[in-house]
Design a protein around this ligand. Structure first.
Ligand code: ADP
Ligand code: MG
Length: 687
């Protein structure tokens, strides 16, 4: 098509929907189907059925009550039916004149006045009946269904659907590859009428299985190839020295590592000792002690003469998360003439300049901060290890930028930490590109947090409870929900709560922290709370609450039903850090009917029933499905359109085995498969 030729509206819409290639259209599977293969007799129909009839018009008139409408009566020989059109053209009146024979399709409503259809579709009777169900595709206003149907049908016949799964692949579970790809797609677009619609709907039909198998293989292929691309990269081999910084740090700690901490530290140390860059996710529940594990890794890197960067998503988090770590490491670094540098967005120019100097000269062995760490002006002398805390809050681009900070041409080792655990099996199989270390044990001496669900109408009792805690010298968090669309609303909500609590608790310092406050003000509020002068902290911002105040023993979460499970778990993890018995109150607002929705109830119940972050993640997966878990931002991987990681685990395992086999023995087929499924998108996976 010449460049100058303008695209029609439907063509533009197709492009916008990403339906550019024949294969894209062929993979645009219908949302549902309509059965136009049969003509039903009105006598045999049931109320609520969507049916197709052939009938003759016996009457056609415009009525004005209760509103203007075209009322058409038809008779199919077995019964009569009234068709109603509330908007109509004169031409329609003509087509629907008495005597006309029509094929009519619509939903039948019964009534004691007989059958009715509102706005049915119709055309002249006669003509062949289709042999397959009619597909209904998701589309947009500028792309008529009929146009899209034609486009898909054309693309389906043109598309190259030759088999890319090798004959020597192991047999797929559930006989998932019994159908050929072409046969499967042909069927999904034009199924025969006798198909079990249930099998199509729950995606257990062989045609669906085939499609899922294809998709999972594509996803695994891109993961495996990105892992292999990663495998040829080089990083400095970092080995712990006997009697070195690593051992000194261990000796200086006021506690013993837990077994889990020792195990993951060992996994990380072994990984860093290789010349291949580490690409590892360290996951562990809130409070499981990930920071010290990171510090031990940093000690190894520093001892070997390299620099280490630590990044957290916000300034307050960076400070809170790493304060202890710096406290441990700084005294050990000083005698070696090494320092810790801070890099944050709010820094003054002069201070920032000094810090950049320290980083560039290599005097700063440890560089701690926010996104500022990966900004362009930051030049490391020899970065070898990057640690990202709360990794899911960073995007793929940022991880890439961090890797670009190695000026020696190699790659830094990458350790990503997360307290939002991805269920292990899911992580292991889905991220072929990532190693996972899991801390599955909390340090001793923690008292489990008791969680209570309380209706918002019982706020007074909660305030009474707060008084009790304050009287014992404890501190309290009160978190208001973040309503993403409206920061103003958040603020009103939090401000109102802040005022109410201040009034209800005379003589107690009640602080307010929200997302729009300037950083110095946030810091001032935080330090009053950390220092113990402030009894109650009202906050909107979930993230800034990532603090460690062992004296806080009560966490109240308002409108808990609006939070995600993992968010709630994170928030709850802010209490129970000391020896005192701690509690978390989930205040919920019931709906108009005085009840909480089923999903909301299931989620809050899960919170009350367990304190185990992995169990919560598992339930979250059940309730929400993995789509949200593996949000594109978090994983850098495209979401699966057809397969479901929660239910298609056997197929996923199979795809894991097929992918390397394809790559090794049939590289051309592998390339064809990836191009078919991922088009130009596979580069994105390299991060
Ligand atoms: P998280 O995994 O949530 O980042 P932290 O690293 O902040 O957890 O650790 C939580 C608290 O537990 C910190 O105060 C830390 O010093 C302490 N801690 C870590 N490991 C141990 C341990 N083995 N024994 C006792 N306390 C520990
Ligand atoms: Mg942490």
């Amino acid at each position: 098509m010449p460049e100058t030729q303008a695209l029609t509206e439907p063509q533009k819409a197709l492009r916008k929907m990403g339906l550019a290639r024949d294969i894209d259209l062929a993979l645009h599977i219908p949302l549902r189907y309509e059965d136009e293969t049969r003509i039903v007799q009105l006598r045999d129909a049931r109320e609520g059925d969507t049916v197709q009839i052939e009938a003759t018009v016996t009457e056609c008139q415009v009525q004005y009550r209760p509103r203007r409408q075209l009322v058409v009566t038809v008779d199919d020989g077995s019964d009569t039916c009234v068709l109603r059109f509330f908007s109509f053209y004169p031409s329609q009146q003509k087509a629907l004149a008495p005597g006309a024979r029509l094929r009519i399709r619509g939903e039948l409503k019964g009534g004691f006045l007989g059958w009715q259809m509102v706005h049915p579709t119709y055309r002249a009777a006669g003509g062949e009946l289709p042999e397959a169900l009619t597909p209904v595709y998701s589309t947009v206003a500028s792309l008529p269904q009929a146009y899209l149907r034609k486009a898909v049908a054309g693309a389906l016949s043109r598309a190259d659907l030759s088999e890319t799964l090798p004959p020597d692949a192991p047999p797929a579970p559930g006989n998932a590859t019994a159908w050929a790809l072409r046969q499967a797609l042909q069927f999904l677009h034009h199924p025969t009428p006798e198909v079990s619609l249930a099998a199509l709907e729950d995606r257990t039909h062989p045609a669906w299985l085939r499609l899922k198998a294809e998709e999972l293989v594509a996803q695994q292929l891109s993961q495996v190839s990105s892992r292999r691309a990663h495998d040829v990269l080089r990083a400095p081999a970092l080995r712990a020295k006997p009697g070195g910084l690593h051992e000194q740090l261990l000796a200086a700690l006021p506690f013993q590592l837990t077994g889990a901490q020792r195990r993951v530290s060992e996994e990380i140390a072994q990984n860093m000792a290789r010349e291949r860059p580490m690409h590892r996710l360290l996951q562990g529940d809130v409070g499981s002690g990930k920071t010290i594990v990171a510090a031990l890794a940093a000690a190894i890197a520093i001892d070997a003469g390299w620099q280490c960067a630590l990044m957290a998503p916000t300034e307050i988090l960076a400070e809170q998360h790493f304060r202890k770590l710096i406290g441990w490491l700084e005294p050990l670094l000083a005698p070696r003439g090494l320092r810790v540098a801070w890099l944050t967005g709010s820094q003054r120019k002069k201070e920032r300049g000094e810090m950049l100097q320290l980083v560039a000269s290599g005097e700063a062995a440890l560089v701690v901060g926010t996104h500022a760490v990966i900004q362009e002006q930051v030049q490391f002398r020899n970065l070898a290890l990057a640690v990202i805390d709360e990794q899911h809050r960073f995007g793929v681009e940022q991880r890439l930028a961090l890797r670009g900070k190695m000026n020696s041409g190699g790659e830094p080792h990458l350790l990503m930490m997360s307290a939002t655990p991805i269920p292990r099996t899911l992580a292991m199989s889905y991220y072929a590109d990532l190693d996972v270390s899991t801390i599955d044990e909390l340090p001793p001496g923690r008292t489990p947090v008791v969680t209570k669900l309380i209706s918002d109408s019982r706020r007074d009792e909660v305030i009474e409870r707060i008084r009790g805690q304050l009287a014992e010298g404890r501190q309290v968090y009160w978190v208001c929900p973040l309503i993403e669309e409206s920061e103003t609303l958040d603020l009103t909500n939090a401000t109102a709560t802040h005022e109410a609590l201040s009034a209800a608790l005379p003589g107690v310092m009640v602080g307010l922290l929200h997302s729009r406050m300037p950083v110095p003000e946030k810091k001032a509020v935080m330090s009053l709370f950390t220092g113990g002068q402030m009894g109650v902290l009202v906050s909107t911002t979930v993230i800034e609450v990532g603090v460690d105040v062992p004296n806080a023993s009560l966490m109240v979460i308002e409108h808990a039903e609006r939070f995600g499970l993992s968010q709630l778990h994170q928030l709850r993890g802010r209490v129970g850090r000391g020896a005192a018995a701690s509690a978390c109150v989930l205040l919920y607002a019931a709906g108009d009917n005085g009840r909480l929705g089923e999903t909301a109830r299931a989620r809050l119940k899960a919170m009350a029933e367990t304190n185990d972050g992995f169990e919560i993640a598992r339930r979250d997966l059940d309730i929400r499905g993995p789509g949200e878990f593996l949000g594109a931002r978090q994983s850098g991987a495209p979401l699966l359109r057809f397969a479901d990681l929660a239910t298609d685990t056997a197929l996923l395992e199979w795809a894991r085995a097929v992918a390397p086999l394809l790559l090794d023995r049939h590289p051309a087929l592998a390339a064809q498969h990836v191009a078919r499924w991922l088009g130009g998108k596979s580069d994105y996976l390299k991060a």
